[in-house]
Design a protein around this ligand. Structure first.
Ligand code: ZN
Ligand code: ZN
Length: 287
């Protein structure tokens, strides 16, 4: 498949929104709120419009119950590292930082939730010390801007250079809107994962400050909203580092499938997490 194309977008020549020629698509793994579906969202380049793609699940996967198939792209290995990046002055003196750091560690090291991904040839990593970025983000920040900021912070030594052996969780303060094309956080999506430069990374999840509605079906706690989103994006980044090239179920990633049949779940350390689909069990993860 050519760079920037998957089997669901390989034939699309013109943007369905503006009609301009499509050079390639940027694929982003998105957890939706509201009417849209959690799946791999396709943004046409260069115009930036989201195009819907048709998806069908391969017949042989359906017949075997092994719904997830692997497309050959990079996967998370043992020893890969997470760095939590808290963007903005808000995070100084903010007790949430240590709770989030602990949640990321609990999620990554949970032998059932993360260890279960070994069936997909995905390993378990560690969490490096988090970084608080002292400059505030702009009031709206796109995935391209986050990718560019990560590249710049790596170059400046503000954050460690993980290369392809890790990823960054980027946390935005309250009141900051994340955007994908013309789509906004808390309006059409909760959070997402992406890569700044395809297979070369840096790989990242983006966690806007928890949305008040649409992103938590279990409790009214913002912290639970955060861990539900984080767990999903961490799992989907690990199993599909460059969205669409790793383990997918049609145009969905492993948690997207389970979001459509949502069950509230906690790991043993108490954090709410979103389930991922297990080929081995033929079902979504349960504690
Ligand atoms: Zn595609
Ligand atoms: Zn367009």
């Amino acid at each position: 498949m050519p760079e920037g194309r998957c089997k669901y977008c390989s034939e699309i020549e013109k943007c369905s929104v503006c009609g301009n020629k499509v050079e390639s698509f940027r694929h982003v793994g998105v957890r939706a709120c509201g009417k849209l579906k959690s799946e791999i969202w396709h943004y046409a380049e260069p115009c930036g419009h989201r195009n819907d793609v048709s998806q069908e699940q391969p017949e042989q996967a359906k017949a075997s119950g092994k719904l997830a198939i692997y497309n050959g792209g990079p996967l998370w290995k043992d020893g890969y590292e997470w760095v939590n990046v808290f963007w903005g002055k808000y995070w100084q003196m903010q007790p949430w930082v240590q709770f989030i750091d602990r949640a990321v560690n609990d999620i990554e090291t949970n032998s059932s939730y993360s260890g279960g991904l070994r069936q997909y040839n995905v390993g378990m990593g560690t969490v490096k010390p988090s970084v608080i970025i002292q400059d505030d983000p702009p009031s709206t920040v796109s995935n391209k801007a986050i990718g560019g900021a990560l590249d710049a912070w790596i170059k400046a030594g503000t954050i460690p250079d993980l290369g392809i052996k890790g990823a960054y969780n980027v946390f935005l303060p309250p009141g900051i809107t994340a955007t994908l094309g013309t789509d906004s956080s808390c309006s059409v999506f909760c959070d997402y994962h992406d890569t700044a430069n395809g297979d070369k990374g840096p790989f990242f999840t983006c966690e806007p400050y928890p949305c008040s509605t649409g992103c938590n079906q279990c409790t009214s706690s913002s912290f639970d909203t955060m861990t539900e989103g984080l767990s999903e994006e961490m799992v989907e980044l690990k199993t599909d580092m460059n969205p669409g090239t790793g383990w997918v179920i049609g145009n969905e990633e492993l948690c997207d499938y389970c979001d459509a049949h949502y069950v509230c779940n906690k790991i043993s350390t108490g954090e709410y997490v979103n389930a991922w689909y297990s080929n081995l069990a033929g079902a979504c993860w349960k504690r």
